[in-house]
Design a protein around this ligand. Structure first.
Ligand code: NAD
Ligand code: ZN
Length: 351
C-alpha cells in the first residue's frame, strides 16, 4: 500500500486551502484506516477556508479538513474487532474522552474534552482518514451511498427534530441552509402536521418547498410572525427548530412559539442575542434547549432507521460532484449561497 496520499489542508494561518502530499496516517491498536470514497463540504469548512475570527482562535495549521464522509475500511488496529477491511462506513467525528462527568452520564456529545476530526486533527479531505474504532458507523447497504457523506449534518437535524415531541406537531424551521432543509424533511417524515420555514435567500426558499415545507416565508419582506400566528389560530407553533444563528430569526422564532412549546436551538450566533425572556420564555412556559452535535449514539440509531426505512428523500440537496483537487470551484459555489451539498472525491469521481 502507498505510504503517502493527497490531502486538502489548511497550511498557513490565512485565507485559502492547499492540496498537499502527506504520510498515510499510522494506526494505533484501536484505530481504523478508512479509504475515503465521498466527502462533503460543511459550512464550518467555509469558515475555515475564509479564516474568520472563530477559525483563527480554533484551527492550528497545518491540518487536513473534512468531517463529512463515507468510505471503505482499508486496515484496522490489532484490537479492533467490530469492523473489517472492505466494510462501508461513515463516522461520528466528535471524539469524546470517555472519562469526564458528562461522558460518564451518557452525554458524550457534550464531553468536556471533545476533539473534532477535521478541525482539531487531520480529517477526511484526503485519500485516507484515521478514525477511532468506537466512532465508526457501519452503513446499511439499503442506505443510498452518497447519503453516507452527509450523516454529520443530517444527524444535527435528526437530533434537533427528535429532541422533543414531533408527531402531530406544528413546527417552525428558522433558516434553510443545508441543516434547516434536512430538518424539514425529518420533521415531515416523523409526522409533523405542518412545517413553516423562514429564509431570506430566495434559492433556499425554493429548496425548502422541495424538501416538503408547507409554508415558506421571507422574513425580510413579510411579517412572518403575524402570518404564522394567523395560520395557527393565534397560538403559534408547537416547536421552534432554530437553524440560522441569526438574532432576528431567533427573536421571531420565540415570538411565533406557542405557550408551552419547545425551542430547540442549533444555529450558532456570532454575537449575544437579546431575548424577551419574560414574555417569550417565562410567561410562555417554554422549554428551551441547546442542541450540539449528535447524541452518541442515539441520534445515529434513529437516523439510520429513518434512512433504511426510506423515509427521507434528500436528493434535492445534492449538486455538483468533483475530484478533491477541484475544491476551489466547489468552495466558490458554496460561498455564493447555494444550499446544496457538493460532494468531493479524493479517490476519483465514480462514473
Ligand atoms: P447556513 O449558514 O448554511 O444556514 C443558515 C441559513 O439561515 C442561511 O440560509 C441564511 O440565509 C438563513 N438566515 C439568515 N438570516 C435569516 C433570518 N433572519 N431569517 C431566516 N433565515 C435566515 O448553515 P447550516 O450549515 O445549515 O447550519 C445551520 C446553523 O447551525 C449555523 O448557524 C451553523 O453554525 C449551526 N451549526 C450548529 C451545530 C451544532 O452542533 N449546534 C452543528 C452544525 C452547524
Ligand atoms: Zn468526556
Amino acid at each position: 500500500m502507498a505510504t503517502t496520499m493527497k490531502a486538502l489542508r489548511k497550511m498557513q494561518p490565512a485565507r485559502g486551502l492547499q492540496m498537499d502530499t502527506v504520510a498515510v496516517p499510522a494506526l494505533g491498536p484501536t484505530d481504523v484506516l478508512v479509504r475515503v470514497k465521498t466527502a462533503s463540504i460543511c459550512g464550518t469548512d467555509l469558515h475555515i477556508y475564509g479564516w474568520d475570527r472563530w477559525s483563527q482562535g480554533r484551527i492550528k495549521p497545518p491540518v487536513t479538513l473534512g468531517h463529512e464522509f463515507c468510505g471503505t475500511v482499508e486496515r484496522r488496529g490489532d484490537e479492533v474487532a467490530a469492523v473489517k477491511p472492505g466494510d462501508f462506513v461513515s463516522a461520528e467525528m466528535h471524539v469524546n474522552c470517555g472519562h469526564c462527568e458528562q461522558c460518564r452520564l451518557g452525554q458524550g456529545h457534550i464531553c468536556q474534552n471533545l476533539r473534532i476530526i477535521g478541525i482539531d486533527q487531520d480529517g477526511a479531505f484526503a485519500e485516507f482518514v484515521k478514525i477511532p474504532a468506537s466512532n465508526i458507523w457501519k452503513l446499511d447497504p439499503a442506505i443510498p451511498e452518497h447519503y453516507g457523506a452527509i450523516l454529520d449534518p443530517l444527524g444535527n437535524a435528526v437530533h434537533t427534530v427528535l429532541a422533543g415531541p414531533i408527531a402531530g406537531q406544528t413546527v417552525l424551521v428558522t433558516g434553510c441552509g443545508p441543516i434547516g432543509l434536512m430538518s424539514i424533511a425529518v420533521a415531515k417524515a416523523c409526522g409533523s402536521s405542518r412545517v413553516f420555514a423562514t429564509e431570506t435567500n430566495e434559492k433556499r426558499r425554493a429548496m425548502a418547498r422541495k424538501m416538503g415545507a408547507d409554508v415558506v416565508l421571507n422574513p425580510a419582506t413579510e411579517d412572518a410572525v403575524a402570518r404564522i400566528l394567523s395560520e395557527t389560530n393565534g397560538a403559534g407553533v408547537d416547536a421552534l427548530l432554530e437553524m440560522s444563528g441569526n438574532p432576528m430569526a431567533i427573536q421571531q422564532g420565540f415570538r411565533a412559539l406557542r405557550a408551552g412549546g419547545r425551542a430547540s436551538l442549533l444555529g450558532i450566533p456570532t454575537e449575544n442575542v437579546p431575548l424577551d425572556l419574560v414574555n417569550d420564555v417565562i410567561f410562555k412556559g417554554a422549554t428551551v434547549q441547546g442542541i450540539y452535535g449528535r447524541r452518541m449514539y442515539e441520534t445515529w440509531v434513529q437516523m439510520a432507521a429513518l434512512l433504511k426505512a426510506g423515509k427521507l428523500n434528500l436528493e434535492p440537496l445534492f449538486g455538483e460532484r468533483a475530484p478533491l483537487d477541484k475544491f476551489e470551484s466547489a468552495f466558490t459555489l458554496l460561498q455564493g449561497g447555494l444550499a446544496g451539498k457538493i460532494l468531493l472525491y479524493p479517490n476519483g469521481v465514480p462514473r
